[in-house]
Design a protein around this ligand. Structure first.
Ligand code: NAP
Length: 371
């Protein structure tokens, strides 16, 4: 099968670089178009990322197919460039890893979709747009089927927008979903996140603010952590995704001096039916979903890896589990206030960003929305 040519918007940033690294040997997709800000436009990708290449995906820290390094970076604001690449057979759809004002990203992503590009986005601008699916491929793949309604309502032909959620919720949403799928209602959750510096983009907080310190505030993050799981657990109704009414989530989000890997310390309260610790452990260990059944190239073999050691998961030891795509959970124990508590961990720029976006693109290709 010929590979589908893809563009990365925001290719020079923290998430964009992980896209380049993760797609280096992808069996379905090949990066043939890169775009970023006007500051990078006109430089080769090598020049534009010189001195700020931080991608870890792919192991050796180099990453990327050799041809990517000589691509000339285009201005992501100029959609006519992407259309020219499309006519040349170099860009059938785009990953969006842009960091700009919310209104600018919203308008730009809509511009790409109106021009005929499927847009698989990491940005938060469209996460609360009712007809835009916010996908975790293991949790709500069915939400993808709102795309025809989105296209019809907006008069778009091949183009559409699909987003992935905030990186902070990845460490607990899939474990929560596995419990709900197994028949356990969850009423209330308290989560404290310990979020890595790479989550803030490059260059992130100043070292003098962060080293030897914890910053107990990340703008907008607590609202996202509390609301986004509800959309993901919601239902498609009349061309819109109606968020679930619960569980109620209270989040504390903290920036910590860790490079990659978001940790979440979670306490949760079940409804009247309460699993014991052994049952929770079994549900998470056995959890598999559509990406595993269909063997999507980026799918982790086990979406949730249960660690039995008393001091795991840890960012340095566990963030790269299954190429950074698995969520690691541990310290599953009774909670003195709610029912159980645990620690979840996931790689924020892989599972929580580029890897999650690629898995969503695999799902959307499988469903025929990306051609
Ligand atoms: P980043 O490191 O700051 O990179 C931002 C990218 O956007 C760069 O390629 C930059 O190009 C480009 N850009 C900036 N201003 C632009 C403009 N005016 N016009 C066109 N392009 C522009 O940010 P990031 O951490 O990769 O995050 C990218 C997106 O993913 C954000 O929306 C973020 O919220 C989301 N996200 C991030 C994470 C994470 O863990 N970091 C996780 C989930 C989602 P230049 O290099 O040319 O400036």
């Amino acid at each position: 099968m010929a590979k589908i040519p893809v563009g990365v918007l925001g290719a020079t940033g923290m998430v964009g670089q992980q896209y380049i690294a993760l797609l280096a040997n992808h069996p379905w997709f090949e990066v043939r178009y890169v775009a970023a800000s006007p500051r990078s436009a006109g430089k080769t990708y090598r020049e534009a990322t010189a001195g700020r290449w931080h991608a870890t995906a792919g192991g050796d820290g180099s990453g990327g197919t050799p041809s990517v390094w000589d691509l000339v970076v285009q201005d992501a604001n100029d959609i006519s460039r992407a259309l020219a690449a499309n006519r040349a057979g170099d860009c059938a759809f785009v990953f969006s890893a842009l960091e700009m004002g919310q209104d600018e990203i919203r308008a730009l992503e809509e511009g790409y979709a109106a021009a005929g590009f499927p847009v698989i986005s990491n940005a938060s601008a469209h996460r609360w747009t009712a007809d835009v699916p916010m996908l975790i491929a293991e949790v709500n793949p069915g939400h993808a089927d709102i795309i025809p309604a989105q296209q019809k309502a907006r008069g778009w032909d091949r183009g559409f927008i699909a987003v992935k959620p905030n990186c902070s919720i990845q460490s607990y949403t899939t474990p929560l979903y596995a419990l709900i799928k197994a028949g356990y209602e969850i009423n209330r959750i308290i989560v404290s996140t310990l979020q890595a510096v790479s989550g803030a983009g490059y260059p992130g907080p100043a070292s003098l603010d962060l080293l030897d310190n914890i910053i107990p505030y990340i703008g907008g993050e607590e609202e996202k952590s509390e609301r986004e799981p509800l959309k993901i657990l919601g239902r498609v109704r009349n061309g819109a995704i109606v968020p679930a009414e619960g569980p109620a989530i209270s989040a504390h989000c903290n920036r910590v001096p860790v490079v990659d890997g978001h940790t979440a310390c979670v306490s949760l309260e079940f409804g009247s039916k309460k699993p014991d610790i052994g049952e929770v452990r079994r549900i998470w260990t056995e959890f598999r979903a559509l990406p595993q059944e269909l063997r999507f190239p980026t799918a982790p073999e086990r979406p949730i890896i249960v660690r039995d050691e008393e001091d795991r998961p840890q960012p340095r030891k566990d963030r790269d589990a299954d190429r950074g795509m698995a969520v690691s959970v541990g310290r599953i124990r009774p909670c003195a206030v709610f029912d159980i508590r645990f620690v979840g961990l996931s790689h924020n720029t892989i599972r929580g960003a580029a890897g999650g976006g690629i898995l969503n693109a695999e799902l959307l290709t499988h469903r025929g929305y990306i051609r």
